[in-house]
Design a protein around this ligand. Structure first.
Ligand SMILES: [Ca+2]
Ligand SMILES: [Ca+2]
Ligand SMILES: [Ca+2]
Length: 374
């Protein structure tokens, strides 16, 4: 390759990516975003995953606890005032697997909590569900009930208007490597749980908004649709865990378009796990599980920016250890470290440090608590 060609290629990269671009085309971390330790748990939270916050700014962390299954799946709560963590609720047990595995979650306007119950790691035959935790005025859980069933791997979840939105990461249709984004209106589960159609019929499932597909990269992971969030205009951002393909589903005249590619370059973004939106800065934060990295998508500029990335680390001082879910909390970004290990990730082992990290965002006044956009 001659110098001119190289320059042209570098220019092409620069149109989609900010930050320092290394010789191999990858983005480099920014020291101002160095993460610090936010919380460390004992083995009762051996695999943390989803995050949510209520209107008062209390933080909730889901723990499916896949590694040490002698501990039940739980949802932990941190009181904003005291910073103290306690068990909010144990995950609702599935009658067949006898496990509860809370992952992505969010509160609705009434203060009820909805969460993805990921049964896929116990049984791949459509056992996953969306569960509603009915919460009373004092903030105490009253009861739990399945509201959506027949899901494969329920992963990320958001509430907007009177509907629950979530991702299903595996369709398990040979050779297609698909996953999807779903929208189920709350009216559909007024009298009992709504049910998704089998994946062979997903294109005709009235609840299926969009299907994405992974092209396995160097990790050979076929996991598809993982994180999801809305921007202030109601557009949906999502991405594949297996190849880092990052998409937007644009809302136009009340209807979502098909997933459109924003980034599809394994060098720039090899893995998309959880994503969340920052209305103040108009950014979508992206957890890159593979590289222990957090990036953001600048919505207005349509550019990908690297914030932080570190080598394999147990996380005891706050460094990232398979980050799976970011959440804007005031002027901070709280990041969960899944630390479960999958082939090809930098995280080499599930270690005894079960941690949340925190990154200080640029001081521009912060975000209101309860980062919801409806
Ligand atoms: Ca996830
Ligand atoms: Ca760790
Ligand atoms: Ca680790």
């Amino acid at each position: 390759m001659n110098k001119a060609t190289r320059w042209v290629l570098a220019g092409a990269v620069a149109t989609v990516a900010w930050g320092v671009v290394a010789a191999d085309g990858a983005l480099q971390p920014d020291e101002k975003y160095r993460p610090k330790l936010f919380a460390q748990f004992g083995d009762h939270v051996n695999v943390p995953d989803g995050l949510a916050q209520d209107k008062a700014g209390n933080i909730f962390c889901a723990a499916p606890n896949f590694v040490d299954q002698s501990y039940a799946g739980t949802i932990m709560k941190m009181e904003k005032k005291t910073g103290k963590w306690s068990v909010f609720v144990a995950g609702l047990l599935h009658p067949d697997t006898k496990r509860g595995a809370p992952m992505g979650m969010e509160f609705d306007e009434e203060g009820n909590l909805y969460y993805c119950d990921n049964q896929y790691f116990f049984d791949k035959a459509y056992k996953s569900r969306v569960i509603r935790v009915v919460v009373d005025k004092a903030g105490q859980p009253v009861r739990m009930e399945p509201v959506v069933e027949n899901v494969k791997l329920a992963n990320a979840l958001r509430i907007r208007g009177n509907a629950v939105y979530f991702t299903d990461t595996f369709f398990d249709i040979e050779g297609k490597n698909q996953g999807g984004v779903y929208r189920v209106p709350m009216s559909a589960f007024k009298n009992g749980p709504a049910r998704l159609l089998p994946k062979e019929q997903a294109a005709n499932d009235p609840y299926c908004l969009g299907i994405t597909s992974t092209t396995p990269n160097h990790r050979k992971d076929i996991a598809a649709t993982d994180g999801m969030c809305f921007d202030k205009d109601g557009n949906i951002y999502t991405g594949n865990f297996g190849d880092g393909h990052f998409y937007v589903l644009r809302l136009k005249d009340g209807v979502y378009g098909k997933p459109e590619t924003l980034v599809n370059d394994t060098k720039l973004l090899p893995c998309v796990d959880g994503v969340c939106y920052d209305a103040k800065r108009d950014r979508v934060y992206i957890a890159d599980s593979e590289r222990n990295a957090i990036l953001y998508w600048d919505v207005k500029a349509a550019k990908l920016v690297m914030m932080w990335m570190n080598d394999d680390d147990c996380g005891k001082d706050g460094l990232l250890d398979q980050p799976c879910e970011p959440m804007v909390w005031g002027d901070k970004l709280v990041v969960v470290n899944f630390d479960m290990t999958f082939p090809g990730l930098r995280n080499s082992k599930n270690d005894p440090m079960h941690t949340l990290s925190v990154i200080d965002l640029d001081k521009k006044g912060g975000c209101p608590f309860l980062n919801l956009f409806r």
